[in-house]
Design a protein around this ligand. Structure first.
Ligand code: PNW
Length: 550
């Protein structure tokens, strides 16, 4: 270890000493535009929130423990053929039994926030508030108290995709507007039981994924195939359910609990393929509106869907012979109710793609969301790849997206609630590609704040640990900690990226080489690998790790 450290430190210093003014690039062979890609040294505003995240179905297991009801992911994953290797979340990381260890590994990294989600059917087994499962309440009370005892602030998602199965069976889940009431009452139970200690709530995680992948034939639970019809209905009910949960908090809890409630939306950045073509600029804007605008526009702009969605779906529905548009409408009262129903803008972002206008828009016989917006969308094969085919590392995309959100939604406070990178090398604790990703993306967030004046308050790394990656099962890993799913004890082990992230957090960014960096290592009990202590040289640590040591 010691010689390795010495070589590392020497190599780190060399580029600084010899070429102090040369720009540094995280991906020198791919992204090396001095204007756009040069690394920015600097620190985040005081009080910036550094967090990491998980979700209930992906980590808890305990699928039938202590009175929990089944949810749509229990059913979906236990149906052969839906998930890679037929993996399930029946045990997952076993966080139902090992939550104390989760708290411990967060504490070791000295992260002061933790984003996790509540399992609706663990708290309300049949989905309705008529029947509360005390064991479920106890589980989350223990977790919340455990976090707070260690100085970790909980950021709690009410719904991260695990709908109680009974609500799907009884009335079609998100396809039925009865869910608005049930979701509201579920939210109320959560505020009542946990709101004395939880001050940061997220209603829905990524409604786009729920609507389009869950109800539009996208291979996620509940596996309903109603693309371009049901997916719009599900989205409509998701938006109204979110607004309901926000209003319940606003009316009945805000005065006494003084917390904040927001929604988390996901979006890629859609880069116009040819910026000198008006048609490509329009195509990219249209794609952004169909993605982020589908949910963002009603909540943050005017209570209604983006105009371009309304026009294109109305037109296409008519051509297809529908009596009314496949895109539902909000009443005036509903618009008023929805507008402004989020105290901040939660953003999950992973990747970027090119957008351009197709040669012509041929309206399909069958309804389809993608056909409705008519944009060609692809990723450059040169961009650095990950363990997931949909995820390429394109750091400058997050900066452009953040600026777009600032301009489009009236400069809201933005909480980055997920950002992260997958690998397929499932047992490797050295994960330099993940370090590259975090380093470059976090730096682009810093640029958004410093250079574009975007009001970003938080950054959240997905994920604290390897977990059940939905349809990919355990074949794709996003964790900063490795989890051994072949071991009954599900041991968690730090990867290099966890130490890297802890060091960025300890320094509140990337201090300039002339500034005094924090050299204290975060308390890393029992860690056996590289301590990244001289943190002002992080880019060079990374460079040397890749080029000379690993
Ligand atoms: C998010 N895609 O989901 C979720 O919030 C997490 O639960 C998940 O583990 C994480 O991102 C990584 O996938 C996504 O196919 C799932 O584009 C799929 C996609 C994007 C986000």
């Amino acid at each position: 270890m010691l010689p390795k450290m010495l070589i590392l430190v020497t190599l780190m210093l060399l580029p600084v000493v010899s070429n102090a003014d040369d720009p540094y690039y995280v991906y020198p062979d791919v992204f090396n535009d001095p204007e756009r890609d040069a690394f920015l040294f600097g620190t985040f505003p005081e009080g910036f929130i550094w967090s990491s995240a998980t979700s209930s179905y992906q980590i808890e297991g305990g699928y039938d423990a202590d009175g929990k009801g089944y949810n749509i992911w229990d059913t979906f994953a236990n149906t052969p053929g839906n998930i890679a290797n037929n993996d399930t979340g029946n045990i997952a990381c076993d966080s139902y039994n090992k939550w104390e260890e989760d708290v411990r590994i967060i504490k070791e990294l000295d992260l002061e926030y933790y984003r996790f989600s509540l399992s609706w059917s663990r708290i309300l087994p049949d989905g309705t508030a008529d029947n509360v499962n005390q064991a479920g309440i106890d589980y989350y009370n223990n977790l919340i108290d455990g976090l707070l005892a260690d100085g970790i602030t909980p950021m709690v998602t009410l719904y991260h995709w695990d709908l109680p199965q009974d609500l799907q069976d009884d009335y079609g889940g998100w396809l039925n507007e009865t869910i608005i009431y049930d979701f509201g009452e579920y939210a109320r139970v959560c505020y009542e039981n946990f709101g004395d200690r939880v001050k940061l709530w997220l209603t829905l995680n990524e409604p786009w994924i729920i609507a389009q992948l869950g109800y539009g034939c996208g291979g996620f639970a509940p596996g309903v195939c109603a693309d371009g019809t049901g997916s719009y209905v599900a989205a409509h009910n998701l938006i109204k359910s979110h607004a309901k949960a926000w209003h319940i908090y606003d009316d009945d809890f805000r005065a006494t609990q003084a917390g904040r409630v927001g929604i988390t939306l996901n979006s890629d950045w859609m880069e116009p393929y040819n910026r000198s073509l008006e048609t490509d600029l329009n195509a990219a804007e249209r794609a952004q509106q169909f993605h982020l605008g589908w949910f963002g526009h009603p909540i943050f702009v005017d209570g209604d869907y983006p105009e371009v969605m309304r026009e294109m779906i109305d037109y296409s529905s008519e051509v297809q012979g529908y009596n009314e548009s496949r895109l539902p409408t909000f009443t005036a009262l509903e618009k008023e109710y929805i507008l402004g129903s989020s105290d901040f803008f939660g953003l999950n972002h992973y990747t970027t793609g090119y957008a351009s206008k197709p040669d012509e828009w041929v309206i399909s016989d069958n309804p389809s969301y993608y056909n409705d917006y008519a944009v060609d969308f692809w990723k450059d094969p040169e961009w650095p790849s990950s363990g997931s085919d949909w995820l390429k590392s394109v750091p400058w995309g997050i900066r452009r997206l953040l600026e777009w959100i600032k301009d489009e939604y009236g400069d809201p406070e933005i909480y980055v609630t997920e950002n992260g990178f997958s690998t397929k090398d499932i047992d490797d604790l050295n994960d330099p590609d993940r370090i590259d990703y975090y380093q470059s993306y976090i730096d682009e967030v810093l640029k958004a704040i410093e250079m574009d004046g975007v009001n970003v308050k938080a950054y959240t790394a997905w994920s604290l640990m390897d977990n059940f990656e939905w349809a990919a099962g355990y074949t794709e890993r996003f964790g900063m900690h490795h989890v051994d799913f072949d071991d009954d004890d599900r041991p968690r082990t730090q990867k290099d990226s966890s130490l890297f992230y802890a060091t960025v957090k300890a320094n509140n960014g990337f201090p300039k080489p002339t500034e005094e960096p924090i050299t204290e290592e975060p308390a890393v009990a029992g860690s056996s690998h590289l301590g990244l202590t001289i943190t002002c040289f992080l880019p060079f640590v990374n460079f040397c790790l890749r080029k000379f040591i690993l």
